[in-house]
Write a protein that binds this ligand. Structure first.
Ligand code: HEC
Length: 318
């Protein structure tokens, strides 16, 4: 008897399971099969199970078939070969093609005869005609919506997408503090970050910079004079890459995480910088002016505070 496993059924069921799995498992950006390799094993099991079920069904059908009388066998085969779904499918397919079967071509043949070449008066295939109607409907709706009602245009669409993307980037940045580097680092202002920075400073940096930032082996961190540049970017860079060779300031990027370096840099700039410690090491380096707030006032103030804090500073600094 003609009886093959329904591979179609196996494939369809398999993809339904796969689809359901992807739908229900929350795996972020990646598909679940990649995010959780265990699911691959699960899918293989599902596939084996489906094949197994098909094999069993086939075996059962075989056994049943053998028990039938010859007439019953014939009847069974007849009904099977024209099972409903298949019949409906092939009928609609024929309808959509709209072509006459070869036996019926006599009905549509035209009188023209070009040296034995003759012409059939075929109808336009319905699949093509329906598609053509669909484009007309689409065209009308489009015309009314965008040229009469002015629903939205490309500019608006673009702006909306950019705005949405900006929000997404902000969200992403919030959750991905560890991604900061010299190009993206910004001054943290949240108390949690500053407190974390303080802890890091106290456990790693006080030996050379003192708890109040007054300086020791390392320079003071309280004034506006910086050897390696002020501002969050430079300070972050100094902490990450270390100071000049042989001066004693190591590159902390091996020890601290990027976010920790940003936290301690923010702590220095917000809590330590600008204070007047008891033992202040003389200013070293150059006066740093924030390029964004640069102005006469800032320069005056900065010079004043240095002269007051340490009279010797004027010699080291020009
Ligand atoms: C072993 C001593 C030592 C330790 C520990 C140390 N530093 Fe330094 N630090 C220095 C020295 C020395 C310099 C000057 C480097 C130079 O002149 O190039 C410096 C420079 C700096 C500067 C730049 C100052 C300027 O004027 O440009 C910053 C910012 C800084 N350190 C932050 C830190 C932080 C944050 C830590 C802790 C994570 C730390 N340091 C730990 C010795 C140290």
């Amino acid at each position: 008897m003609k009886n093959s496993i329904s591979w179609m059924r196996v494939v369809v069921l398999f993809f339904i399971v796969l689809g359901l799995m992807e739908f229900f498992i929350d795996s972020g950006d990646k598909p679940a099969v990649i995010a959780y390799p265990m699911t691959q094993l699960f899918l293989v099991l599902v596939l084996l199970l489906l094949i197994g079920i098909e094999l069993i069904l086939q075996a059962v059908e075989n056994v049943m078939f053998q028990t039938l009388s010859p007439e019953a066998k014939e009847r069974y085969l007849a009904t099977k070969s024209e099972s409903k779904g298949w019949k409906w499918g092939s009928k609609t397919y024929q309808k959509l093609l709209g072509s006459k079967p070869i036996e019926a071509e006599e009905e549509i043949i035209l009188d023209h005869n070009y040296d034995g070449i003759r012409e059939l008066d075929n109808k336009l295939p319905p699949w093509w005609v329906y598609m053509f109607y669909a484009t007309i409907i689409f065209g009308v709706i489009y015309l009314v919506r965008f040229h009469i009602l002015n629903d939205y245009n490309q500019d608006l669409e673009y702006e909306q997408e950019v705005a949405a993307a900006r929000i997404e980037i902000e969200e992403y940045k919030k959750n991905a503090k560890d991604l900061v580097d010299i190009n993206t680092v910004e001054l943290f202002t949240e108390t949690a970050d500053i407190t974390a920075g303080k802890t890091i400073f106290e456990s790693n940096c006080v030996a050379c910079h003192m708890a109040d930032g007054g300086g020791g082996i390392g320079p003071n961190l309280t004034d506006d004079y910086w050897i390696l540049g002020g501002g969050i970017k430079n300070v972050f860079n100094t902490i990450s890459e270390g100071g000049r060779d042989g001066k004693g300031m190591v590159a902390w990027k091996q020890i601290l995480k990027p976010v920790e370096m940003a936290q301690v840099a923010s702590y220095i700039l917000t809590e330590i910088n600008g204070t007047t410690p008891a033992n202040l090491k003389a200013a070293e380096g150059e006066l740093w002016l924030d390029p964004e707030t640069e102005g006469q006032e800032v320069i005056e103030q900065a010079k004043d505070s240095v002269t007051v804090a340490s009279p010797t500073a004027t010699e080291t600094v020009q």
